[in-house]
Design a protein around this ligand. Sequence first.
Ligand code: ZN
Ligand code: ZN
Length: 280
Amino acid sequence: MDANSELFIRIGAALGIFLALALWEVLSPRRTWSIGRARRWPGNLGILVLDALLVRLLMPAAAVGMAVIAAQRGWGLLNITPWPPVLEGLIGFLALDLAIYSQHVAFHKVPVFWRLHRMHHADLDIDVSTGLRFHPIEIILSMLIKMGVVVLVGVPAVAVVAFEVVLNATSMFNHSNAAMPHWLDRIVRLLVVTPDMHRVHHSIKRPETDSNFGFNLPWWDRLFGTYRAQPEAGHEAMTIGLPIFRDPQELRLDRLITQPFRDDASEAGRAPQAKGGTDG
Ligand SMILES: [Zn+2]
Ligand SMILES: [Zn+2]
């Protein structure tokens, strides 16, 4: 497959999934909006276009190109000895997913990375468009990390493409404001992160923000003890976003880009004075 048709298929698949999820949100919403789509989507989709252009411009070969080079030159664990192709693909996919989970944890724990990543969390509602809202510098760093894993592990190119398409789809799915019957959610979240599972991660309460880091496979959270089944306040009553950047002006594209380099100066963002911890 040439690069152009690969790009065409990727964009087509992403657009189809986006529209299907957006329709599901309309037909069967999980939460009532606090801000809604009209004020959020221009910024969220604007940053997506910026991210896509930047990656194409700065790293046109990206992770797939790196996989092809690694295979040609015999770089990476899987390229040292021959393995059954299916096993190579599965190991490569799992390695990439674990890397993205670990990166997500690091982006919460390391203050300079958190400044980049918190823009994803500052959305005041969570829906399909939130799953595409990441700061361009985070996207570039994430691509470099993926390329590093591809070279070290020797992930086959087909597994890289499969992983990127699946991750894109699951990220849109698990951010969507779509209601699923409870019994179905319980089954689906054994295999993939569901909207109810990831919504906990967008809670304003920090212990909840620092849980459910998985974007795709839900197993890493259970394995590493970062799993939290439900938000304390319930899905309807919980507050989405951060204690900072709560001014709706912060949903504008220019504000999203500059958020990592600013502290919140608005009234809403001014942290309340510590009260000595008497009332939690
Ligand atoms: Zn996060
Ligand atoms: Zn998220």
